[in-house]
Structures are given as structure tokens and as C-alpha cells.
Write a protein that binds this ligand. Structure first.
Ligand SMILES: [Zn+2]
Length: 371
């Protein structure tokens, strides 16, 4: 798609809104029952792990806890968009509780996610969740080192790191945005970040390392992996876009129905970027409308296929619409720009010098940092 064909999310929302029922814009407090179920299940798991049962049973309980922590995170995301309750103090309080296992404070989350990620989705400078461009990469010693690793090692490393990425990114965003809060709010944001961590560390001293691993650390890694499996496929196969066009820069993944139920329809991500303040309960309806209005622009694929495409492609943008492996000197398309998840292909990276194409694939000199 040409850059001049891009439209803002407001442009699309305006055209679909008329064909949606008025109640789809109301908050849905009943979503809190899902949170209640997760908290109850978590407390039962905590209790059972405390009984010193067999190692394999504890591991199984950790998996249930991991799913519960992730589910609560998805609910926290909804709550903090104001789609569950509208009163600000209650929204923040419930959002804080839901994000407690992932240790992300409500005020920081709204700044990072609502005010920056949603407003500037896939903007190379302003979206805190966007992956770097080749120009940015050239300035980062860490990423340059990472891209010297052979592709299969790098891909394995990036998949394993999904199990810590949310937590690390949350800490990074705290440092990134803390300076932008006014003094009074700064204190609040820091307290909201420290309190959950304090409870988990105090718990370690109360119950001991072994139980703590099952009650907290293993579930935290599992929850990180689950939320990152969605977050990494939401935008990272799409191009960087000069206009925040959700149909161009977002991907809706499809998962089995039971996962949509326990993950609060988080898979409907393009729909979420069109209507972030609408309850996800109505996203299947929005999807139907989007596919009626703009079937050729809409990106959708099964989660497994999206993760496979993610595995096969590098995470550095080149000229906004391509992904580049800087040392392998290969470029890959993005969604809407030649990336076919069924058959991921790559082209030689060709640089234009003085208007003449220069294929550096034929150049067998050892890898050097990208320019
Ligand atoms: Zn959101």
C-alpha cells in the first residue's frame, strides 16, 4: 500500500461506528468476573503449592498460575483503557490489582501504552514498542553485537527472551517516562512500580526460595511468554508507518475460541487499535465490519503462523516497509509489502550509491557494522 493511501484510526472508526450498536461503546463491568475467577484460581494454586506436593504437581500449578497472571494482565489492559469501569480512581485501582503479578503500575501503563503506543503506533521514534530501524541500530552497540550472531542462534535467543521481555520492557519504560511526570505524579508512579515488587520479594523471605519459584518466578516467565507471544505478533511483522493506520500497522491473530475467552479477545488487535476505548467483547463484530469495508487492507493470520513468520524474519526495519538482516545482507518484506507468511522469502540488500544500485551480497568482505 502506498503511503498516501494510509488513514488514521479515527478515519476508519468514523466510517464503522455508524453500523455498530450504541451499547458497544458502553463499559462492561461484568468483565471483572473473569478477574475474580483468576484471583480465586491463583489463591487455590498458592494454597496447594504451600502443601509441599510432588514437584510435577507444583510445576503444573505454576503453569496454571502463569496463565492466570497473563489473563489478569489482559484484563488490566482493558480496565486501564476505561472499557470496564469509567470512574478514574476505580479504573486505576482495579488496573493496579490486575497488573500486580506483572508489576506494572497503572499510571505508567497509561502513559506508555495509551498515550504513546496507541497514539504513535509503529512510529520509529515515538512508539516505545516499535523495533529499531537500521539507522537506530547503527547507533546501538548492543544491537550491533546481537546481529553479529548467526541467524538460528539469534532467533532462538529472541524466542527464549519472550519469557522476560514484558518485565524488562516495563522497567525500561519506567526510566523512559519518569522524567515526563510532574513531581506529585512522579512519586505516585514510583510507588506503584515498587509496591508490587516489594510484595513479591517479601513473599520470597516468608515462604522460601523453592515455593517462591513455583508461586511466582516460573508463573512470571510463563505469563511473560504468553503476553509477548501476542505483543510481538501484533505489529512486528507490519511496516513502520508515517500515518498511524491500524489496518497497515497492526495484525489480528486468530487463536482457538477458548484462548479468546481466557485472554479477553486480545487477539483482535487491529480492532483494538481502531476502538481502544471499546470493550473487547464487541471486537468480533468490529472485525466483521472491517472485513466488509476494507477486506484488501486487513491483515489476519493464525497465531502459530505469525510466530513462525516472526522466527524467520529479522527485527530491524529498512526503509520502513522492509525488514533487514544487516550482516546477512538480506531484506524481507513486511505485511502488505511482500511478506508471505506461507513462504517467507528474502532478497539481496541493494544499496543505491550515486543513484546506481550496488548489491553488497556479492561482496564477500567480513561483516562490518551497518551504516
Ligand atoms: Zn491497548
Amino acid at each position: 500500500m502506498n503511503d498516501k493511501d494510509l488513514h488514521t484510526f479515527g478515519w476508519y472508526a468514523k466510517r464503522i461506528s455508524k453500523s455498530l450498536p450504541p451499547e458497544s461503546f458502553d463499559p462492561v463491568p461484568l468483565r471483572l468476573l473473569g478477574g475474580l475467577a483468576y484471583v480465586s484460581v491463583s489463591l487455590i494454586c498458592f494454597f496447594l503449592i504451600g502443601l509441599n506436593l510432588h514437584f510435577t504437581i507444583n510445576l503444573f500449578l505454576s503453569v496454571i498460575l502463569g496463565f492466570s497472571f497473563a489473563g489478569l494482565g489482559f484484563l488490566g489492559h482493558e480496565i486501564l483503557h476505561g472499557t470496564v469501569v469509567r470512574r478514574p480512581w476505580l479504573r486505576d485501582f482495579l488496573g493496579a490489582l490486575a497488573f500486580w503479578p506483572l508489576s506494572t503500575g497503572p499510571q505508567l501503563w497509561r502513559k506508555w501504552h495509551n498515550m504513546n503506543h496507541h497514539v504513535h503506533t509503529q512510529h520509529d521514534e515515538k512508539d516505545p514498542d516499535a523495533w529499531p530501524t537500521l539507522e537506530k541500530l547503527a547507533k546501538s552497540k548492543y544491537f550491533r553485537w546481537v546481529y553479529l550472531l548467526p541467524f538460528p542462534i539469534r532467533a532462538t535467543f529472541s524466542f527464549v527472551s519472550l519469557s522476560v521481555q514484558f518485565t524488562l520492557h516495563s522497567i525500561k519504560c519506567l526510566f523512559l517516562y519518569i522524567g515526563e511526570f510532574k513531581v506529585k505524579n512522579k512519586v505516585k508512579v514510583i510507588i506503584q512500580a515498587i509496591l508490587p515488587w516489594t510484595t513479591w520479594i517479601v513473599l520470597l523471605f516468608i515462604i522460601g526460595l523453592e515455593k517462591w519459584l513455583f508461586v511466582y518466578l516460573i508463573p512470571l516467565l510463563i505469563a511473560n511468554f504468553i503476553v509477548m507471544a501476542y505483543i510481538s505478533t501484533n505489529h512486528r511483522l507490519n511496516p513502520i508507518t508515517p500515518v498511524n493506520d491500524p489496518l497497515a500497522n497492526s495484525l489480528t491473530v486468530t487463536v482457538p475460541r477458548w484462548l479468546d475467552i481466557i485472554h479477553f479477545n486480545f487477539s483482535y488487535h487491529t480492532e483494538h487499535h481502531l476502538f481502544p476505548t471499546m470493550s473487547s467483547k464487541y471486537y468480533p463484530l468490529v472485525k466483521k465490519k472491517v472485513k466488509e469495508f476494507w477486506p484488501e487492507r486487513y491483515h489476519e493470520m493464525p497465531m502459530g503462523k505469525a510466530l513462525y513468520a516472526l522466527w524467520k524474519t529479522p527485527r530491524v526495519y529498512f526503509d520502513h516497509n522492509d525488514l533487514v538482516d544487516p550482516y546477512g545482507k538480506k531484506i524481507f518484506g513486511s505485511l502488505g509489502h511482500g511478506l508471505n507468511p506461507e513462504n517467507v522469502t528474502k532478497k539481496d540488500l541493494t544499496l543505491h550509491i550515486n543513484g546506481k544500485p550496488q548489491s553488497i551480497e556479492k561482496d564477500n568482505t567480513p561483516p562490518s557494522p551497518p551504516l
